[in-house]
Structures are given as structure tokens and as C-alpha cells.
Design a protein around this ligand. Structure first.
Ligand code: AHG
Ligand code: MN
Ligand code: MN
Length: 334
């Protein structure tokens, strides 16, 4: 029988062999995975649980919250606040940072998350997920929002869990990308793929085409050329997919290649993009880079951007390396 490697065993072996997962980080990742299991259970209940529909409240981004956005946020906070591994957390669903209560020991890590990515897909039974990113708290007394404002290159762990036909946890600690599938009978995540690689070339792109008339010139040019297919300068036909949950779109790209685009557009010119840098773009960028892909805002490597605020937004182009490099070259040419 092939050896089954649980998430726990994988983390212990990584720690033992390569020494790059300190025990507090291992605990943190296990706790996040446990929270994802609980969120997965809530998602699976659907209309049988009180998890569908709107919560009739707005988050800091001015977006209507779904019940599951709030449930997932609470599950992640409750699971993580007492373990002694964290100094503070930040979430899409909370305006400020959540400092771990002084009833518990303070750890050295900072955890950021998008508790429920793809909220508009909850009620229609389409894949959604949780995205997370881990930083080390800079030296010093106490913890503040400023401590979170580190570029993505400083991440010490990043990952996501996608609640789809399978519940899948995808993780990096800077040594490649590992994929775990939830065994529902056993209640544990089992390693199902190691050293995931994104093909360098692709014939598939993911963008919300309904925004086409608002795009900047380099994006229009890139997509036009894809659409011309065999008859155009690319000389090959392209396929298009847009789930509307970044986790699901990026998971597909990590699995079979492709390019994901959520660019700045002219609808709200002062807004740099829709997606959030610190708990959407950065963790996904690191996973994509660790799998051999690339991630840019058109001009800069996403992970090199130093954030100036917690909920900062950014333009995102990520996926198969050669396509992302093409998008970058179109931005250079103006
Ligand atoms: P969230 O549900 O966390 O607010 O994120 C939704 C994001 C992202 O998952 C997805 O790629 C994008 O919004 C979809 O946007 P459109 O509805 O504009 O296509
Ligand atoms: Mn999101
Ligand atoms: Mn969300």
C-alpha cells in the first residue's frame, strides 16, 4: 500500500530534514488547517445549516458580507488566538488588526487571511476558499498595524484551502508547493502532490471579460491577441475560464497552467485594482512563483511591493511564466 503522509507528518518531516519550519510555525499551520476543516464542514452543510445568504452588514471595503464570510472569519480567529503562536491577525473582514488577548501567551507570528474568497459563489454552490499568509513580527514591544506592512518576500508561509468537489489545502513554506486533500472519513489532510509545477506556456486565460471596455491598453492588446487565436500573431487558439473565485481560478492554473488577470481599470481610476495585496495577491504570488510561475502588477513583481496600508489593493497578473512575461513586456511598451 502506498505510504499515506498526513499534513502533520509532512510538517514534522520538513522540520526534521530541512529545519525550516520552527515548531511554532508548524503549530500555526496545523491550526489553520484545522480551521479550514471546520469551514469546509460549514460550507458543505449549505442550505441545511444557517450559512447561506447575506449577513446584511458591510465590511471595511464597503462590500456586503455573506453569513459565511463572518463564520469563516470567526472560525479562524477562535482557532488561532489561544495557541501562543501568534502576536496578531488581520483579515479582509476586519478593519484593524486583531491583537491576541493578553490572557494568552504572545507568539512571534502574524497571520493574515481572506477567510472566504469568492463570496458571490457561496449561494450558487461553486468553489470558494480561504487564503492565508504568515509573516514574522518585527522585533519590538507590542504589535501594531505597521508590523504587518512588509513586502510579500518576507512571507514565511502561505497557502489556501479550496472548498470544491474536493477540499484541498495548498501550501508553501518556501521549498516548493505541496497539495493535501481532505480525507473526510479520517478527518485529516493527506499529501497528494509535492513540488507542483506550473507549465511555462499555456493556451488558457482567466479574466472578467465584462470589464473589457475599461481596461488599459496593454491588457486590451494581450487579450485581443489571445482572442484572435490561430489567425492572429500568437498563432494558436486560446481557451477562457473565469470562476469568479480567485482560489479556484489560481488552483486551476497551478494544476494545469494558464494566466490569471485582474487588472486596474478605468471604472474607479484611483483604485489600483480589486484584489487585496496582503491576503490575496501576496500568498497566491508566492505559491505561483514557488511552482515556477510569475506574478506582477504589470510593472513590479507583486512580492516586492511594500504595502502602505493593510487593505491595499493591487493589479494582478499571475500564472504561466512566459505569458506573464509577455504581459510585462506589453506594459513596458506602453
Ligand atoms: P472576495 O469574495 O474575497 O471578496 O473575493 C472575490 C474576488 C476574487 O475571488 C475574484 O477573482 C474576484 O473577486 C471576482 O471579481 P468579479 O466579480 O469582478 O469578477
Ligand atoms: Mn477574496
Ligand atoms: Mn473574502
Amino acid at each position: 500500500m502506498p505510504k499515506r503522509i498526513s499534513l502533520t507528518r509532512y510538517l514534522v518531516e520538513q522540520q526534521r530534514m530541512k529545519g525550516h519550519i520552527p515548531s511554532q510555525l508548524r503549530l500555526l499551520l496545523e491550526v489553520v488547517a484545522r480551521a479550514c476543516k471546520r469551514i469546509s464542514q460549514a460550507v458543505n452543510k449549505g442550505a441545511l445549516g444557517d450559512v447561506m445568504g447575506s449577513a446584511e452588514s458591510e465590511n471595511v471595503q464597503g462590500e456586503m458580507q455573506k453569513k459565511l464570510d463572518i463564520i469563516a472569519n470567526e472560525v479562524l480567529i477562535e482557532a488561532n488566538e489561544w495557541g501562543g503562536h501568534l502576536a496578531a491577525m488581520a483579515s479582509e473582514e476586519m478593519e484593524g488588526i486583531y491583537v491576541v488577548s493578553n490572557r494568552y501567551p504572545q507568539g512571534e507570528y502574524l497571520l493574515m487571511f481572506d477567510p472566504l474568497d469568492g463570496s458571490s459563489n457561496i449561494d450558487v454552490n461553486v468553489s470558494i476558499g480561504t487564503i492565508f499568509s504568515v509573516l514574522l513580527k518585527p522585533e519590538g514591544v507590542g504589535v501594531s498595524e505597521q508590523d504587518f506592512l512588509q513586502p510579500g518576500t518576507k512571507q514565511v508561509a502561505a497557502g489556501y484551502c479550496v472548498y470544491g468537489p474536493q477540499t484541498t489545502l495548498v501550501l508553501t513554506v518556501g521549498d516548493g508547493v505541496a497539495v493535501f486533500t481532505l480525507d473526510r472519513e479520517q478527518g485529516s489532510f493527506v499529501l497528494t502532490e509535492e513540488n507542483l509545477r506550473v507549465p511555462e506556456d499555456t493556451k488558457e486565460f482567466a479574466i472578467n471579460m465584462s470589464n473589457q471596455r475599461h481596461w488599459a491598453e496593454p491588457v486590451t492588446r494581450y487579450i485581443d491577441e489571445c482572442l484572435q487565436g490561430k489567425d492572429g500573431s500568437r498563432g494558436k487558439d486560446f481557451n477562457m475560464r473565469w470562476v469568479g473565485s480567485m482560489v479556484a481560478d489560481v488552483h486551476r492554473i497551478l494544476t494545469r497552467g494558464g494566466v490569471f488577470l485582474y487588472p486596474w481599470d478605468k471604472r474607479e481610476p484611483e483604485k489600483p485594482g480589486k484584489l487585496r495585496l496582503m491576503y490575496e495577491a501576496n500568498p497566491m504570488s508566492w505559491l505561483i512563483e514557488q511552482a515556477g510561475g510569475a506574478a506582477t502588477d504589470g510593472n513590479r513583481r507583486i512580492m516586492d511591493i511594500t504595502p502602505s496600508k493593510l487593505h491595499e489593493r493591487v493589479s494582478v497578473f499571475m500564472g504561466s511564466k512566459n505569458e506573464v512575461e509577455r504581459v510585462i513586456s506589453y506594459h513596458r511598451q506602453g
